[in-house]
Design a protein around this ligand. Structure first.
Ligand code: 5GP
Length: 210
């Protein structure tokens, strides 16, 4: 098997429960490395520098771009978001599976640059359920809920570009499915070329007169 980790990108509608899914996955499987993005948006209450994001000014963010320090970046609702290259590369090289929780534009850019990336799209079981979950938070204005639903409708166009859909209905089931999908990626032929080459050459010894 390849010693390198698998790069996993998770996207999904706002309200699909990505954050809860990531927390539950990392609680159960602490070996995954979750990448921390750089953003120009302000921290929300309870968010911490270096844990939820690296909060930077627009000028600082532009320096990250100029110095080629990001794997990808995108603008989302007036702010920049980007994935730091160094951390992801170090973790992959050390054999850790790395998870990026990013929006669709960035996800597709990563896949273009690194086609072996596993793209997962998290969705509730139905549009109605998404609406219920957004309303159930009780913290958002109806206009914000409406704009999230519109955004979801736009993002849904890109669902066919992902490798797998994860339906977040029962959280534990979704965690298991996600873990199994990542683990089975390790068994893909492309990830095992070195092993295949080795066993093929070992087996040549048994060929008689061919
Ligand atoms: P929020 O502001 O709610 O934390 O994130 C807004 C959106 O930006 C979410 O869809 C989140 O997945 C996405 N996002 C977070 N970090 C990155 C990143 O590094 N790159 C890209 N392209 N999107 C990101």
């Amino acid at each position: 098997m390849s010693d390198r980790g698998i790069l996993v990108v998770v996207s999904g509608f706002s309200g699909a429960g990505k954050g809860t899914l990531m927390n539950a996955l990392l609680d159960k499987y602490p070996n995954y490395a979750l990448s921390v993005s750089v953003t120009t948006r302000q921290p929300r209450e309870g968010e911490k520098e270096g844990i939820h994001y690296f909060y930077r000014t627009k000028e600082e963010f532009e320096e990250y771009i100029a110095n080629d320090r990001l794997i990808e970046y995108a603008q989302y609702v007036k702010h920049y978001y980007g994935t730091p290259k160094k951390y992801v590369e170090e973790q992959l090289a050390s054999g850790k599976d790395v998870i990026l929780e990013i929006e669709v534009q960035g996800a597709l850019k990563v896949k273009e640059k690194m086609p072996e990336t596993l793209l997962l799209f998290v969705t509730p079981p139905s549009a109605d359920e998404l609406k219920k979950r957004l309303e159930g938070r009780g913290t958002e204005q109806p206009e914000i809920i409406q704009s999230r639903l519109e955004q979801a409708s736009r993002e849904a166009k890109y669902m066919p570009d992902y490798d797998y859909i994860l339906i977040n209905d029962v959280l534990d089931d979704c965690v298991c499915q996600m873990h199994n999908l990542i683990q089975s990626q390790h068994n893909k032929i492309e990830e095992n070329q070195a092993f295949i080459g080795q066993i093929q050459s070992e087996l040549k010894v048994f060929l008689k007169g061919e």
